[in-house]
Design a protein around this ligand. Structure first.
Ligand code: HEC
Length: 144
């Protein structure tokens, strides 16, 4: 599938091209009537173009389509470093740019440690979900 964007009447559109294949016998049996024999299941009968309005706000629409994960990645790092510091003791960031560091002693309490493990597991599955989302092509089922 090929995808592009364009602007028309002050709106942002997405344009998709997909191969239109003869997926079922009905396509074949009708198409041989006016195109002649030689068409079989799986053949590309044409290319379809879909123009879909994506956003009324062009700048915002472009931002959504080219989402940048820099801020998220920074926050992810800060969160996991802080969690690690609470779990085992150590340095954790005090500012968003990771320039100043604070220090925490390990929290020995068993219940707290159990809760931290739970948070780490959930955070890991959250992170995986974000990566799936970020690597999914726009319009793909993963992305949706
Ligand atoms: C009942 C008959 C019939 C069936 C069933 C049928 N088509 Fe068609 N198809 C046509 C006709 C007639 C045209 C128009 C041809 C033209 O205008 O040159 C057409 C045109 C097309 C075109 C555009 C071709 C071009 O060059 O512009 C594509 C692609 C296409 N059909 C794919 C399919 C697919 C895929 C299926 C099955 C899912 C299918 N068709 C089922 C009759 C049918």
């Amino acid at each position: 599938m090929y995808r592009s964007t364009f602007v028309q009447d002050g709106r942002l559109f997405q344009r998709f091209y997909t191969a239109d294949r003869a997926t079922v016998d009905a396509c074949v049996s009708c198409h041989v009537k006016y195109q002649g024999p030689g068409i079989k299941i799986g053949d590309i009968l044409g290319i379809r173009r879909f123009d879909i309005p994506f956003a009324d706000d062009i700048a915002l629409g472009k931002e959504i389509l080219n989402a940048d994960l820099a801020e998220y990645r920074q926050a992810e790092k800060i969160f996991s470093m802080t969690l690690q510091a609470v779990k085992s003791g150590g340095q954790y960031p005090l500012d968003l740019k990771l320039q100043k560091m604070g220090f925490l002693e390990k929290i020995a309490d068993r219940q707290v440690q159990g809760k931290i493990d739970e948070i780490q597991q959930r955070f890991a599955s959250f992170t995986r979900a974000v990566e799936d989302l970020a690597s999914g092509e726009v319009g793909s089922s993963g992305h949706r």
